[in-house]
Ligand binder design. Structure first.
Ligand code: IVH
Length: 721
């Protein structure tokens, strides 16, 4: 490596400067790597500082030559107003969980069966610590970091490029022969030591105290000012990838070795295992070392090592079939259960919630815990006044593990679950499943449309982040406007924009009422003065609300479907439906058709229960009316066609007879990943039948309807397998 040029900065020409900046970027990155990744500095601190100062001085003279990978960008970039959204080319998935040795055994059995492996066939699995931080994706083009994003909802995250540039573990420029396009994924985390010192600094400065290292890593990355991120030491482990122009290896293990050679940190504890026993031994070893690692992990992750096998295994809705997270037991604490409250959700479900004497569990104060349902209360025999063990794991709602019976107060009575809705007083019943004859675990309010709790919850869901995402339109507004009779169904939200005066009056009344209550509570005499109309505060508030509503008149189809709050249809299912039908017109037309249930059932990831729930929704005249009204207010945007097009995308395929080169599950998954719908019966809507030996009635049906029939080899050719 050459020494810094002796030519004074003032004497550099533009061309000199540009060359110098390139050289300095390379050189400083190399020294960063020696220092941070290998703990082995190659030059003195003074020499290193001189390089950085020279880089800064040249940039000050030629500001337009500042490079995307400049070392100076690591700190002090200009704060942005808000995080821009980034659509992930390859979705960022989550992992399925295993909680016991048995679950892990099942995972291996499932994989072996899916791949039709024989008893003697080897199956190598990598075992990795599961880092408890926040996942990020880093996009490199021609070796230079061009974009970094959070996971977000898996399909769309936030642009955190400026902040990520300040993280020393993350190379701004890659070493060696990295693919031209490479998205490296991994976890940003904060060490225990940095967490403790950050909280001490925050406390000293009277600022926010973070609950745990994960929150504080997330809080540090989501700072609008990258200088703040830079002042907090964050770390990064690489463990996966997204879009990539060329695979540098054929196994998970070798991919991680490649990442290491490009300049990333890869967790040093990762191992390759050949049997379930080895996998479980790894789990126990890591569990034993957990407390001493210096950073939080919440389990271990097992991944099928061979990438070709990963490809065959594919995905189920939001997680890969080729990986699983084996979680460590959650953290627990004891406290007293002071009450059981019943909440009514948007589908009328009555959920019992345990009110607890506040207690700290794993660094977070817990006051509520879910009791799930009636049977759960009976099974655990939870009573008001009991001392209970509470547990929380990661982000999940805290749970009651068990009651400490020895400490039960005398006279504590078994809990009697209400048989009427606590909000509308309608009967609350447990439905019987027609097919199985089983009683549903949940008790539901039968009040339907007359139950204010359900209506309010549905509206809250409608405006929520994953649905219409109307900013600032929170639960209290919805409750107030609902009580005032201004809001009954989704379309009414948009109608509000045409009545700003009424809206202002209702909100002002509410504020006065709260003021009266507050003063009454404080023991002061209530003032009966009417609110002054048109007060500045209200005017601005109404203006903001109206603007926020107007902003959301155009909504993507998947959010629109999710917003309807159809039973069993959440974010993931809504996205599957939207991708399948693309436009709201196409979807509604299909839902009005006789075979709507079959049509939905043919979509990968959607089962009969969901399909029937959607049919039920459309059969209800009130829903159809509400939908029509809503469509007059909003503009539903079509979803983009999936990036991949294949000869079978959009087609309905049926497999029949026996397949010899792949399992049935594999064939189905492959077809679906190519954008085809797989159906189990042949109709005139079927595009293609793949028939193996022994095909019977379905083959006959295909001939009857004139559907194209091919054999397994022809299918493999078509599917590129
Ligand atoms: S692999 C397609 N490996 O766990 C699978 N994830 O619960 C991508 N995580 O969102 C994830 N350590 O934030 C993987 N060694 C590891 C991990 C890991 C932590 C996180 C990651 C992911 C979450 C899933």
């Amino acid at each position: 490596m050459s020494m810094p040029s002796e030519k004074p900065v003032e004497k550099l020409t533009r061309v000199d400067a540009s060359q110098e900046l390139q050289r300095l970027a390379t050189e400083i990155a190399l020294h960063d790597r020696h220092y941070y990744n290998e703990d082995r500095p190659a030059i003195s601190d003074a020499a290193y500082d001189a390089l950085r100062r020279r880089n800064l001085a040249i940039e000050a003279r030629f500001p337009d030559l500042v490079r995307a990978d400049s070392p100076s960008v690591r700190v002090g970039a200009k704060p942005s107003e808000k995080f821009a959204k980034v659509v992930h080319d390859v979705p960022m998935l989550s992992l399925d969980n295993a909680f016991s040795d048995g679950d892990v055994g099942d995972f291996i059995v499932r994989v072996r069966r899916f791949l039709a492996l024989k008893d003697g066939d080897a199956l190598i699995v990598t075992a990795e610590p599961k880092i408890d931080g926040l996942s990020a994706t880093l996009r490199y083009e021609n070796g230079v970091l061009v974009q970094a994003a959070t996971r977000g909802d898996g399909s769309e995250g936030e642009d955190i490029t400026a902040n990520v540039r300040t993280i020393r573990d993350i190379p701004l420029r890659l070493y060696g022969e990295a693919p031209d396009l490479l998205e490296v994924r991994g976890e940003i985390y904060m060490s225990h030591r940095e967490f403790a010192s950050l909280n001490a600094r925050q406390e000293r400065d009277g600022k926010q105290i973070y609950a745990n290292p994960r929150n504080s890593a997330a809080g540090s990355v989501r700072q609008l000012d990258p200088a703040i991120t830079a002042s907090r030491a964050l770390n990064f482990f690489a463990y996966a990838w997204g879009a990539i122009s060329r695979l540098p290896a054929h196994t998970q293990w070798d991919m991680l070795q490649a990442f290491k050679s490009y300049g990333f940190r890869v967790n040093p504890l990762i191992e390759r295992c050949k049997t379930v026993e080895e996998v479980l031994a790894f789990y126990r070893k890591i569990e034993g070392r957990r407390a001493g690692l210096g950073y939080d992990i919440d389990g271990v992750v097992y991944k099928i090592d061979d990438l070709a096998l990963q490809g065959r295994l594919g995905f189920v809705s939001r997680s890969p079939r080729w990986a699983i997270a084996h979680k460590f037991p959650a953290e627990q604490a004891e406290t007293i259960l002071t009450d059981i409250e019943i909440q009514v959700g948007r589908t009328g479900k009555l959920t019992p919630v345990a009110k607890l004497k506040p207690v700290t569990v794993g660094g977070v104060v817990v006051q509520n815990a879910t009791l799930h349902n009636e049977d759960e209360i009976v099974r655990k025999d939870v009573r008001v006044g009991d001392t209970v063990v509470v547990q929380r794991a990661g982000d999940v709602i805290p749970q009651i593990v068990r009651v400490i019976l020895e400490r039960r107060p005398k006279g504590a009575k078994p809990y009697k679950f209400p048989e009427k809705c606590p909000v509308c007083n309608s009967h609350a019943v447990r439905e019987v499943d027609e097919k199985t004859g089983r009683i549903d675990v949940d008790r539901r309010c039968t009040g339907g449309l007359i139950c204010p709790a359900q209506a309010v919850e549905r509206l809250k869901h409608f405006v929520s982040r994953d649905a219409f995402d109307i900013e600032g339109f929170g639960g209290t507004y919805i409750e107030t406007l609902y009580q005032a009779g201004l809001l009954k169904e989704p379309a009414d939200i948009f109608a509000l924009t045409r009545k700003p005066d009424t809206l202002g009056r209702v909100l002002a009344d509410k504020r006065t009422e709260q003021g009266v209550q507050r003063r009454a509570l404080a023991g002061k005499e209530a003032t009966k003065k009417a609110p002054r109309k048109g007060e500045d505060g209200e005017g601005k508030l109404v203006g903001n609300l109206v603007a926020a509503i107007e902003m959301r008149r155009a909504v993507p189809l998947d959010r629109f479907i999710n917003a309807l709050g159809i039973r069993h249809v959440g974010e993931t299912t809504a996205r599957l439906i939207a991708r399948n039908y693309r436009t709201v017109e196409a979807w509604l037309e299909a839902m009005r058709a006789k075979d709507a249930v079959e049509d939905l059932d043919a979509i990968e990831g959607i089962g009969l229960t969901v399909a029937e729930a959607i049919r039920d929704f459309f059969e209800e005249p009130h829903n159809r009316k509400a939908l029509d009204r809503l469509l007059k207010e909003v503009d539903v945007m079509p979803v983009k066609a999936p990036a991949k097009t294949s000869p079978v995308s959009g087609q309905t395929v049926v497999f029949t007879g026996s397949l010899e080169k792949m399992t049935r599950a594999e064939a189905k998954a492959r077809a679906e990943s190519l954008g085809a719908k797989v159906s189990s019966s042949v109709s005139k809507k079927t595009d293609l039948v793949v028939a193996g030996p022994g095909a019977g009635s379905k083959l006959a049906d295909a001939q009857k309807f004139g559907v194209k029939v091919i054999d397994e080899d022809a299918w493999l050719k078509l599917a590129g397998g």
